[in-house]
Design a protein. Structure first.
Length: 156
């Protein structure tokens, strides 16, 4: 089981997206994703979030909001390291200047145009859930390779 965070920094109608195009053998190769990553031992979701954003973009978050969780897995997989629990956040304030990321290129994208990017199929759903702003979501995405096979969501 892997615990992760993912964050979408937003300002002036734009969202900071990471185009994963620098690493070889990257599950996210050429996809656009939010910033974040895996927990280190003992971290809370918020501590992981702040650390990962600092590592990937060089800024310190000063205002962020927990939006929900996703259980992400590959169909027919039983390996524990292929089961991901991802904590999603949005952020609207930070200190410092955005710098280059060694995992890909950072791009400010008009938030209304994010659906046009090369996203995971489930990320299109997550964006709809974020836009709906119906409360905190708890979702599950089941993939077979890159194909979304099943999904579910509940808002609280």
């Amino acid at each position: 089981m892997v615990l992760c965070t993912e964050c979408y920094i937003q300002e002036n109608g734009k969202t900071l997206m990471l185009h994963r195009n620098k690493k070889e053998k990257d599950i996210n190769q050429n996809k656009y994703i939010g910033l974040g990553g895996r927990f280190e031992y003992g971290e809370s979701p918020e501590e992981c979030l702040v650390r990962e954003i600092k590592e990937e973009a060089g800024v310190t978050l000063t205002s962020f909001r927990f939006r929900g969780t996703i259980t992400f897995l590959q169909e027919n997989e039983v390996e524990n390291e292929k089961l991901f629990y991802i904590f999603f956040f949005t952020a609207d304030e930070y200190e410092g200047e955005i710098r280059d990321c060694d995992e890909g290129e950072l791009h400010w994208v008009e938030t209304e145009r994010i659906a046009e990017l090369n996203l995971w199929e489930g990320d299109h759903l997550i964006w709809e859930w974020l836009k709906a702003d119906e409360g905190i979501f708890s979702g599950k995405l089941i993939y077979d390779g890159e194909k979304l096979m099943k999904h579910q969501v509940r808002f609280y």
